[in-house]
Design a protein around this ligand. Structure first.
Ligand code: NAD
Ligand code: UDP
Length: 310
């Protein structure tokens, strides 16, 4: 049994990770400041004696004994990370410094939840890990993108200088149950709008693309990455390479929910990436990982979840 710290553990991905790590027989310490996460995501774990919850902000130093750390703390939805850009950068950068310092002291292995946003609005398609990206340092997404890029740099510096055992996962768009219904990301927005009979809000003309992975696949990938030999640090893409347009996502969700919602078109936010699709050759080779859950199954489970909570 290992003692594993999950920062951002009360969030969407973090809560699924805490659940899985407990089911694998580990002790889990979940740390969160509840900015975008919620105790409701982990309330069912509270009775478990191997689960502990700490209300804490990763911008402050952390003292806890651990074997492994998953650093997920950071708002992930554009509306939330842009709400207070300075705080978002502090969370990524100081959160990385504090968790890396902890890993150095406790000799823990540490995994960083990085993002496909490090590729910005990509000029290389699909995106592989060798691509350096195309990020506007001054745009509205920069607080998130540059914070995550700097965190990757810090991870590599701690690895090179202090021999900290690191893993960097570049996570592509992920969806599933426990997304916050007010989160603002496209899958939750469209499902909530469809179920409530409200207008489906496509930003732009709907021709831009994303590649969506179901959360269970991501959790498999994160755990496999943590278990790779120390010589493998990543970065490694974790995402589903099936690319779709936002317009086709809207039509699929309308059909699945039997909704009478109309589609409306709103302005595309500044610097919104036009296309995104992971090259997962590296993950296949090094982790023996590829996504298993198809869109029909994943979306059906997510719709069922939102029907229950709304
Ligand atoms: P989320 O917003 O649901 O979860 C983030 C969690 O971090 C929340 O519980 C929030 O309260 C907590 N948090 C935020 N700032 C904090 C701070 N300063 N101190 C402590 N806790 C803090 O988002 P998510 O989708 O679960 O994303 C989890 C991680 O995965 C994030 O680091 C995100 O950047 C990364 N990621 C997610 C996606 C995706 O599609 N969901 C894609 C790429 C990367
Ligand atoms: N999007 C949309 N309508 C919405 C929310 C998002 O058309 O109600 C678009 C958004 O402009 C982007 C894509 O869907 O092109 C994915 O947005 P999301 O915020 O989920 O993730 P990210 O932009 O970070 O990939």
């Amino acid at each position: 049994m290992k003692r594993i710290l999950v920062t951002g553990g009360a969030g969407f991905i973090g809560s699924h990770l805490c659940e899985r790590l407990l089911s694998l027989g580990h002790e889990v310490v979940c740390l969160d400041n509840y900015f975008t996460g919620s105790k409701m995501n982990i309330i069912h774990l509270m009775h478990n004696p191997y689960f502990e919850l700490i209300r804490h902000d990763v911008t402050m130093p952390i003292y806890v004994e651990t074997d492994e750390i998953y650093n997920l703390a950071c708002p992930a939805s554009p509306i939330h990370y842009q709400y207070n850009g300075i705080k978002t950068i502090k969370t990524s950068v100081m959160g990385a410094i504090n968790t890396l310092g902890l890993a150095k002291r406790t000799k823990s292995k540490i995994l960083q939840a990085s993002t496909s946003e490090v590729y910005g609005d990509p000029e290389v398609h699909p995106q592989n890990e060798a691509y350096w990206g195309n990020v506007n340092t001054l745009g509205p997404r920069a607080c998130y993108d540059e914070g995550k890029r700097c965190a990757e740099t810090l991870f590599m510096n701690y690895h090179d200088q202090n021999k900290v055992r690191i893993k960097i996962a570049r996570i592509f768009n992920t969806y599933g149950p426990k997304m916050n219904s007010h989160d603002g990301r496209v899958v939750s927005n469209f499902i909530v709008q469809a179920l409530k009979g409200k207008d489906i809000t496509i930003y732009g003309d709907g021709s831009h693309t994303r590649s969506f992975q179901y959360v269970d696949d991501l959790i498999d990938g994160l755990i496999k990455l943590m278990d790779t030999p120390d010589s493998f640090t990543g970065p490694v893409n974790l995402g589903n390479p099936i690319e779709i347009t936002i317009s086709s996502l809207a039509h699929t969700i309308i059909k699945m929910t039997g909704s009478k919602s109309k589609i409306i078109y709103l302005p595309l936010p500044q610097d919104d990436p036009k296309q995104r699709k992971p090259d997962i050759t590296l993950a296949k080779r090094e982790l023996d990982w590829s996504p298993k859950v198809d869109a029909e199954t994943g979306l059906a489970k997510t719709v069922e979840y939102f029907r229950r909570v709304l």
